[in-house]
Write a protein that binds this ligand. Structure first.
Ligand code: 5RP
Length: 222
């Protein structure tokens, strides 16, 4: 199986997991990226079995609407049972690095509201220690240089993701060369830098379930 087939398999596994737990009033939180796109395409086949979705990015909202799935504002959504999204890395505790697609802030907000966060990823994303994937940090544009200097003090090498503006109108610094042995602390330390909107560590609120696509089938970690 190639990587796309593994992503497709975990996307289908997520649909199979949530479908029996949805009803006509359910709203599903949906992430961003290629694995989330496979999930949207698989979920769309069952669009009559739930009410609609909350999107973590403009791109995801457009794909959902393209399938005829109603997209709701999070502020008008009382209950969100499930949030389903991919990741750039996960450790065995389901602490994640996300934000490769620059959607980390909205992803973190929807994940915070959802009762159950299901992460879907191919096996290459499971790592012993987070940090080989550069950690994305969303930053208010005027604070970019200040935040970069503070990230260097924390031991990282920040690189400005040129030409990218987030859906919130901010910029991304990708922090290289971090070996993240205490993700909960680093998430808090980076978020405490003035000018940071949020960073791509999902450790204070990790995933509840990781559906991992492997050559031997989909494995469930919790
Ligand atoms: C977007 C994300 C994605 O979930 C992450 O980048 C994984 O993407 P893909 O499913 O394409 O491998 O965090 O901001």
């Amino acid at each position: 199986m190639n990587q796309d087939q593994l992503k497709q398999a975990v996307a289908q596994a997520a649909v199979d997991h949530i479908l029996p737990r949805l009803d006509s009033k359910s709203i599903v939180g949906v992430g961003t990226g290629s694995t989330a796109n496979f999930f949207i395409d698989a979920l769309a086949k069952h669009k009559m079995d739930f009410d609609g979705a909350v999107a973590s990015s403009e791109a995801t909202a457009a794909r959902l609407k393209g399938h005829g799935i109603p997209v709701y504002d999070l502020n008008s959504t009382a209950e969100l049972e499930f949030y389903v999204d991919g990741a750039d890395e996960s450790d065995e505790h389901l602490h994640l690095i996300k934000g490769g697609g620059a959607a980390l802030t909205r992803e973190k907000i929807v994940a915070a509201v959802a009762k159950t966060f299901i992460c879907i990823a191919d096996a290459s994303k499971l790592v012993p220690v987070l940090g080989a994937f550069p950690l994305p940090v969303e930053v208010i544009p005027m604070a970019r240089s200040h935040v970069a200097r503070e990230l260097v003090k924390l031991g990282g090498d920040p690189v400005y993701r040129e030409g990218v503006l987030t859906d919130n109108g901010n910029v991304i610094l990708d922090v290289h060369n971090l070996s993240i042995t205490d993700p909960v602390k680093l998430e808090a330390d980076i978020n405490a830098i003035v000018g940071v909107v949020t960073n791509g560590l999902f450790a204070a609120r990790p995933a509840d379930l990781l559906l991992l696509g492997t050559a031997d089938g989909v494995k469930t970690l919790k």
